[in-house]
Design a protein around this ligand. Sequence first.
Ligand SMILES: Cc1cc2nc3c(=O)[nH]c(=O)nc-3n(C[C@H](O)[C@H](O)[C@H](O)COP(=O)(O)OP(=O)(O)OC[C@H]3O[C@@H](n4cnc5c(N)ncnc54)[C@H](O)[C@@H]3O)c2cc1C
Length: 484
Amino acid sequence: MSNSAYDAVVVGSGPNGLAAAVALQQAGLSVLLLEGKKELGGGLRTAELTLPGFRHDICSAIHPLAAASPFFQTLPLAQYGLQYLTPAVAAAHPFDDGTAAAVMTSLTDTARTLGPDADAYQQLLGPLVARWPSIAADVLAPLHIPRHPLNMARFGLPALLPATLLARRFTGEKAKGLLAGMAAHAIQPLSNLTTSAIGLVLLIAAHRGGWPLPQGGSQAIADALVAHFVALGGQIETGTFVRSLTQLPPARAVLLDVTPAQLLQIAGHSLSSIYQWQLRRYRYGMGVYKIDWALAEPIPFSAPECAQAGTVHLGNTLAEIDASERAAAQGQHQAKPFVLLAQQSLFDATRAPAGRHTAWAYCHVPNGSRQDMTAAIEGQVERFAPGFRERILARHTFDTAQMEEHNPNYVGGDINGGLLDISQLFTRPALRASPYRTSLRGLYLCSSATPPGGGVHGMCGYYAARRALRDVFRLPAPPLHLEG
Ligand SMILES: Cc1cc2nc3c(=O)[nH]c(=O)nc-3n(C[C@H](O)[C@H](O)[C@H](O)COP(=O)(O)OP(=O)(O)OC[C@H]3O[C@@H](n4cnc5c(N)ncnc54)[C@H](O)[C@@H]3O)c2cc1C
């Protein structure tokens, strides 16, 4: 590893590490980015996991949060080849009767797929979609006095509710099931407070700009961020796994794209005992079991809306999805788990050889689970797409331990860097004046274990860099793209 002195060192090249590195470099500092793995990108890597020519997103796949990120939007990422492709249907939610709810940019078209709840859906989402630019600035940030309190209250009141309670606004199974599938992205029981928040943010994002995916795979987002960082003068070393702060070259600020468990290993003895105690109390959520398929043909879903959807939620009714998420949170494995599925190759020909296809899916499982969920996941796909199994050419699976091996930030298979429940949503990883500062001067946390949490948006990295720029260098952070 380099022994030169830097203004700042960033450890970890996930979207948040990259965002932090870019923001620091933009401020004119000398920045070294260190990555433990050979490849850059963390949760943004794409690889031929199954057969030659089939390119699979190993972790993240669908990117409404990246495309709408107030920081990423300020960067010239298109110049470095990043191009988003937006499916006509952001997400489809098929039911056992062969029909599907479908979320499209148009609220009216979406509402039409929800039968008796068409009006209730528009009344709930319409005002939030219209006011989202001013709400987003407050939601995608650490806890603070809202810039737009009235709009924030309009969002916050339904968002605070458990999804099971918000779903009572609807009478039919379609709208209830659709909301449950969206809220299940919170990776916790749907009876938990704030599960509606995640569901509403995803629905609003779908109505504002769709749920895009990057041409060539999620790796394209990482590649563009890396190219921009290097063009600004940033330096990178890969294959350097950091076990102790003593490994790092001299620097005035160090930002770690890791979660509290790793922070304790890397810097534990240098941290105050109260902060160490807070970090030890940090809770991780459920894990995931993930499958990637190489397919001979597209998935033959019964509901036609699914063929136009980048994402398909397989869980039927609210009752089934609720039971699935509750069971996994309680340490059980479901025979019919809620499955999140993406079919990138329908929209991006670069993902598979001509005429062939890829698909990506996962379900939630207990943290640390080693159970093989292949049959259960494939059973759910077959349930809504009879004939699916016959189209499988090859598959690749990850259980929670393999997921953590791929990326040490996925502790026990938790892909959000820690449980996103009400107690850890805004104050992760600990209740402090700034969640990004650790108790050691000059050492910052910049991963999804800080606000606003999981997902590819880079805002944790941006806000951590902003904190370090103010504290250590007395410099302003690059401005955000805020419409509100
Ligand atoms: C299966 C799956 C599906 C997902 N789907 C989506 C999706 O569709 N859309 C979405 O927005 N998000 C999705 N996510 C979540 C998203 O990938 C994460 O929230 C995001 O990547 C977190 O970014 P991060 O920068 O905080 O950390 P990460 O992306 O986890 O990156 C951390 C980096 O730090 C490195 N590192 C860790 N410890 C060390 C060390 N000690 N020394 C050196 N390097 C180290 C790691 O190798 C890694 O490169 C998904 C995740 C998974 C696993």
